[in-house]
Design a protein around this ligand. Structure first.
Ligand SMILES: [Zn+2]
Length: 93
């Protein structure tokens, strides 16, 4: 039995082009071939990561906290406020 703890980098026997770290006995292919065999592609291709939206109340609070009026109109506060307003839907106020 091979010692898999070392995690040898081996060439994928299926595609013969990609390599993968064989750090477990069941890892016999590169990730791409493994997913292809299972009829899948990389998860992000079909299931984009959804970030929970900031609650409207919290967004308003963040805008208040970042508002340039409270930060001597610093560039950072302007940038942050603009970003938060964009999240809010571009509506000012
Ligand atoms: Zn492969």
């Amino acid at each position: 039995m091979t010692d898999f703890h070392s995690g040898a980098r081996v060439i994928c026997p299926t595609c013969k082009t990609r390599t993968f770290i064989q750090d477990a006995p069941w890892k016999l292919q590169c990730v791409t071939c493994y997913l292809a065999r299972k009829g899948k592609t990389a998860p992000t291709a079909h299931y984009p990561v959804m970030i929970d939206p900031i609650e409207p109340g919290m967004l308003r609070r963040l805008i208040q906290l970042c508002h340039p009026d409270k930060h001597q109109c610093s560039e950072a506060s302007n940038t942050a406020t603009r970003y938060l307003l964009a999240l809010k839907g571009g509506k000012h106020g």
